[in-house]
Structures are given as structure tokens and as C-alpha cells.
Design a protein around this ligand. Structure first.
Ligand SMILES: [Zn+2]
Length: 136
């Protein structure tokens, strides 16, 4: 009996028809592979477990009290994985979720691809953007 944690299975003609993965290896890789399998099977991705409510009231307040000499830009770019949105609220599925916001002009988003935190600080003379990789 082989100790390999996985094996390619072949039919009578020697053609590969499937893959066997040991339970231990599956436990290790299923978080990464399951979404791919579900997509292949035509099932929608499950909501990420940590889906959190967005502080939309704070965003609305920021819009209402906006007094900087330039329009509020809704574009968000993840400096970690490169995900890009022209309008973070318009993507389907959403690329970024609003994580925090205040009327002082600090807005932060969570990249839905890599979970990095993208923070935009709005100052009179421009916007400072920072991306921090996801940390547990
Ligand atoms: Zn990202």
C-alpha cells in the first residue's frame, strides 16, 4: 500500500479519470479546493464565514458631511493582490467590503480576494492609501 497522500486513478485503458486524496491531505487543502469544486459544479460560493455588516450609516455620514475640495472617490485598489474596483459598492460579486469609516475621512475596506485591509485617508490636499495584508 502506497503512503502517498494522493493518487491519480486510471481506467482499464490507462486513461486518468480521477484523483484520490487522503483524508489528512483533504483536511489540509479543502479550504482552498472546495470553492473551486463548487464553482465547477455550478454551485455559488459560500459566503465567507467572516462576512460582517458594513457600517453604511458611517459611509452616509461621510458623504453628508463631505467638505474636502475634491469629490469622494469610490475607487479602491488592493495593494496586496491587485484587486481593483472603480466603485466598491457596484461590483457583483463585491470585491471590497466597507470595514470602517468616519466623518474625519478615514475609510477602510477589506479586500474580498485576499482579505487585506485597504485604508484610505482623505486629507485636504489628497488621499493617502495604505494596504495591510490580512493578519489573524
Ligand atoms: Zn487583495
Amino acid at each position: 500500500m502506497s503512503e502517498r497522500p494522493y493518487a491519480i486513478l486510471h481506467d482499464d485503458q490507462g486513461q486518468p479519470f480521477g484523483v484520490f486524496i487522503s483524508a489528512a491531505l483533504w483536511a489540509e487543502v479543502q479550504a482552498e479546493i472546495l470553492p473551486v469544486l463548487q464553482r465547477a459544479a455550478g454551485q455559488p460560493d459560500e459566503q465567507p464565514e467572516e462576512a460582517f455588516p458594513e457600517p453604511m450609516k458611517d459611509w452616509d455620514d461621510l458623504l453628508a458631511y463631505w467638505d474636502l475640495p475634491y469629490p469622494l472617490d469610490r475607487a479602491v485598489t488592493c495593494g496586496h493582490c491587485g484587486a481593483q474596483s472603480a466603485d466598491w459598492q457596484a461590483d457583483e460579486p463585491r470585491l471590497f467590503r466597507l470595514k470602517a469609516c468616519n466623518i474625519g475621512g478615514l475609510v477602510s475596506f477589506e479586500c474580498q480576494a485576499c482579505r487585506a485591509r485597504v485604508t484610505k485617508r482623505h486629507f485636504k490636499d489628497g488621499v493617502k492609501v495604505q494596504t495591510a495584508p490580512f493578519a489573524k
